[in-house]
Design a protein around this ligand. Sequence first.
Ligand code: SAH
Length: 210
Amino acid sequence: MTSPRTRQRMVERLREEGIRDAVVLAAMGEIPRHIFVDEVLATRAYDDVSLPLGFGQTISAPFTVARMLELARGGNPIGKALEIGTGCGYQAAVLSRLAREVHTIERIAGLLGKARRCLRELRIVNVKVRHADGTAGFAGAGPFDAIVMAAAAPSIPPDLPQQLAIGGRLVMPVGTREQKLVLVVRGVEGFAETTLEVVNFVPLLAGITR
Ligand code: SAH
């Protein structure tokens, strides 16, 4: 249930469900998702469901991760990436295969130990994990070619588009009762915003916690 074969079946399913980016599919086929979830849930790690991580948080379903990263890439390699909402570190691990340098921010300290352990176990060295409130992004490490937010905000935090490089892409869920995925692309002249499908993420919360 946690074998490379199971992972390949997940990749086939993602392809059938409409994920087209071969680089994203290859990365999802490479990163063992089951090590990021609790042992008792490991057999369900490759099902297309979100799973509880503790602290009231969830690991996004494989399709959601693939879709976000496909949009973030826009068909091009990513130089510097920012992820807001590390959770268990799974999406950051996949992102590490798509970007040269990944910064990921999580507000719940209790989640970070496991995330760091998993990234180390996979010998991923281009992901920097930070315990902070990511609402205002991470100006110090920008500008970013991609920003991916794994928690929903009522509107786009104004600091985030500003931290995009020219050509950079921000993907995040926006909304309260109903959320939609929003893509913002920074052009030379300004920002182009596209609203996409309905999604379901945990809310972006302010402040940090143990
Ligand atoms: N990418 C994760 C998904 C985690 S769910 C994965 O692959 O597992 C979203 C995460 O966003 C939660 O862990 C939650 O604690 C975190 N989060 C919510 N608000 C945040 C904020 N303001 N700053 C940083 N992280 C936040």
